[in-house]
Unconditional design. Structure first.
Length: 758
């Protein structure tokens, strides 16, 4: 296994960082061919590209050997934010592949062997030849996916690898990852739904794919946009809890970890409730939630929901390769995302903690896992050679323990529990859950090949060095936490030495708490002081705001040594309670946080009001094309009101339509801006008018129209293209330069590293 620190020159400058990253990564595949153990029979095709925190780019390449897919052969290349410098190359292959490429066993016999691995079988896929590179000796195998149930009737989507020479099962892994409005757990909350007066759906159009309903998979619908009754046995209430948790997890990924949604491209899989089992699971396509053993509560607490969606994040990130420790690391991944979501949401009914399933009380004995001290429930605190053969939920223990030590340390105070160490120094200082989550997520972005504790130590330390290049504090904390849970140092892992002064600053609030009535506002002053090095630019933001509350910084960007003020404005709909708001000073070199305690008293009646935003607020099109944007509204005070939509300031040849044209405050509408071939090239500010029953609002959209018609286009998204293949885009022909799967935004003129004009 290799995760190579690298610094490679990029191809000539391209129009965008993404294009430069593609060129740099393509060059790295050649430069690091020896480290990748590549032979003339190995080919690499780009399968995935994401942008992470700090703009770091991650490109994943699938490997084939003699035209056969290689399981565990993927390569992840990360570049800096500019795309010009390759910073890490992660590879799962340890030696050159020397494998027979002609099977002795027929596909039919492999399918029969795979079918026998489940007690109940619903479907069996067509076997495909795969070089399994994660075995002690790489082997040609048949991979078959069997869908059905195990002997205990637990659902299963099982990938079975059968040796193509001997007919023996050599490996398998399961896509199903078992875990243990007015919500039962989260109380009265706002959730994103869809529809309009008389016809609403528990479908979140702002996060494509996310919806919640019963076991049939169809989203719940009703005539009003008020959901659930707060009762633990009510399934609509369970969907309120589920949607709230999934939406908060998606927001946390974006705001804290720099990831675009659960699936990495802004969307999230659907959820089902009402499973007739004391269980919850992710099956590779959707999450499914059952009930507690006493049947008094649905298993939809925030950490359980976020845990199951954590499996989805895991599946959509980097390699999903099998391996003896992979199951434990996967379960821990779910637990970590559960804790991150709880702390980000800052819901007073289910505050952040480092226990798993404490609200569900699944089998009547409290939490099912304790991250700060796993042995509380009999799970291992420390890594040993027995972990690969340990039951997966128990095997999560060492990584859960590592994450707590990284985030909180051994004795964090503030009511948080102490945590023991297995070896090394007895006292560790944490770096905070947000930074710990950033290191964890960025380490996941590098995962390739077999999943082991040793490999993830390597990936997380590489990530810490990438994320915090001007400080060794975070790197050393991650390293010390791994040592504390007995995961040993690895060959080739990075080191951290800072030879230049660290630019640092202090950050404080005055006051640190305030009480107000609903509908009123409070103000606190923010102070910064340069403590070492030079001043740096700081961007201010707030998270954990209660419903109906907005945060305004004056100014929102400062230099360290300067001050700002924060105004927290509540609305009449803000629920009473005390809320811990996290104020983040995002510096160019280091980040700081401070907490502000906001207590909201009794709600005062006020005028009905709402806010309106467009997402996106601009678009570029050619004459004759159209653009779409989503108009989102939110009740900021009082009750929801009816709103009629229209547009003004339309240039010649431009029209605007709404779906629907009338909404209720809190709802959304899809806005389509259409042009004709006669529309002149220019940028036009278009006004969207919201005519409310008591309040009118406007929102602005900038439409840029090009100067030529679209022409013929044969290029398509989500299509596999091979080097040398030609396509047309808006009447222009392009030749493919490297094999890849086309993603949204990768139109040929946008990515010259992939396409050359002919």
């Amino acid at each position: 296994m290799t995760t190579t620190s690298a610094s490679a020159a990029s191809a000539p400058a391209s129009p965008s960082p993404q294009a430069r990253a593609l060129a740099s990564a393509a060059s790295a595949l050649t430069t690091y061919a020896a480290q990748l153990h590549a032979t003339p029979q190995d080919k690499f095709a780009l399968s995935k590209s994401i942008t992470g925190l700090r703009g770091i780019q991650y490109l994943t390449y699938n490997r084939t050997y003699a035209g056969i897919p290689v399981h565990g052969g993927d390569v992840v290349i990360s570049t800096d934010a500019s795309g010009q410098a390759v910073e890490a190359v992660s590879n799962g292959i340890e030696s050159e592949l020397q494998v027979a490429n002609v099977p002795k066993l027929t596909a039919a016999k492999a399918a029969a062997t795979a079918r026998a691995q489940l007690a109940k079988v619903e479907s069996v896929s067509t076997p495909k030849l795969v070089v399994h590179a994660l075995l002690a000796k790489p082997t040609l195998t048949w991979e078959t996916v069997v869908t059905g149930a195990k002997k205990d009737n637990a659902p299963s989507v099982l990938h079975v690898f059968v040796d193509a020479a001997t007919g023996k099962v050599v490996d398998s892994y399961d896509d199903v990852k078992h875990g243990t409005g007015n919500g039962y757990y989260v109380g009265q909350v706002n959730i994103a739904t869809s529809g309009s007066a008389g016809s609403y759906s528990m479908t979140d159009n702002t996060r494509p794919g996310l919806r919640c309903g019963g076991q049939g998979g169809t989203a719940y619908t009703k005539s009003t946009d008020s959901w659930g009754n707060g009762q633990g046995t009510n399934l609509e209430t369970a969907c309120v809890d589920t949607m709230y948790a999934a939406q908060k997890e998606s927001d946390m990924l974006k705001d804290w970890l720099g990831r675009n949604g659960i699936n990495g491209s802004g969307g999230a899989p659907p959820a089902r409730v009402g499973l007739a089992d004391v269980n919850a699971y992710w099956n590779g396509s959707y999450t499914n939630f059952g009930h507690s053993q006493d049947n008094q509560r649905q298993a939809t607490s925030m950490d359980v929901v976020a845990h199951e969606y954590g499996h989805a994040i895991d599946q959509y990130t980097g390699s999903t390769g099998s391996g003896g420790e992979g199951g434990g690391l996967g379960e821990s991944t779910g637990d970590i995302f559960g804790a991150l979501t709880e702390y980000y949401a800052n819901n007073p009914n289910d505050p952040g903690d480092y226990t798993v399933g404490e609200k569900v009380n699944l089998v009547g004995s409290g939490p099912i896992r304790y991250m700060y001290n796993p042995q509380t429930n009999g799970d291992p605190n420390c890594w040993t050679s027995a972990i690969p053969n340990t039951e997966v939920h128990k095997a999560a223990g060492p990584q859960n323990h590592w994450f707590y030590l990284l985030a909180e340390g051994t004795n964090p105070g503030g009511g948080k529990p102490t945590s023991p160490v297995c070896t090394g120094p007895s006292s560790l200082t944490g770096i905070g859950i947000q930074k710990a989550g950033q290191i964890f997520m960025s380490g996941m972005n590098l995962k390739s090949g077999a999943r082991t504790y040793a490999r993830f130590r390597l990936h997380s330390l590489t990530a810490a060095k990438q994320l915090f290049p001007n400080s060794c504090v975070e790197f050393n904390a991650a390293k010390a936490a791994w040592t504390a849970v007995q995961v040993p140092a690895q060959s080739g892992e990075p080191t951290c030495t800072i030879t230049t002064p660290i630019n640092d600053f202090s950050f404080s609030l005055n006051p640190t708490s305030a009480t107000t009535e609903a509908g009123q506002a409070v103000t606190t002053n923010l102070s910064t002081t340069v403590t070492s090095g030079n001043a740096q630019s700081i961007t201010l933001r707030a998270s954990g705001l209660p419903a109906g509350t907005t945060a305004t910084f004056t100014p929102a960007t400062i230099q360290s040594g300067q001050t700002s003020s924060l105004r927290l404005a509540t609305s009449a709909s803000t629920p009473s309670g005390t809320y811990q708001i996290t104020v983040t000073a995002d510096g160019a070199d280091v980040d700081k946080t401070a907490n502000f305690s906001l207590t909201v008293g009794t709600v005062n009646p006020g005028d009905n009001d709402y806010s309106a935003t467009l997402d996106p607020a601009s678009a570029n099109v050619e004459a004759g094309q159209s653009a779409t944007t989503t108009l989102r509204t939110q009740v900021t005070q009082g009750s929801a009101q009816s709103i009629t939509l229209s547009a003004s300031k339309l240039p010649a040849g431009v029209s605007v339509s709404f779906s629907p044209q009338s909404i209720t405050a809190g709802g959304t509408s899809t806005v389509t801006i259409s042009t004709t071939s006669a529309t002149e090239a220019d940028t036009y500010p278009i006004t969207i008018n919201l005519d409310g029953a008591t309040v009118d609002r406007t929102a602005s959209f900038n439409l840029t129209v090009g100067g030529t018609g679209p022409g013929e286009t044969t290029w398509k998204e989500w299509t596999n293209y091979t080097a040398g293949q030609t396509v047309t885009y808006q009447g222009v022909s392009y030749r493919c330069l490297q094999s890849h799967t086309s993603l949204p935004g990768w139109e040929p003129p946008n990515v010259p590293a992939l396409w050359a004009r002919v």
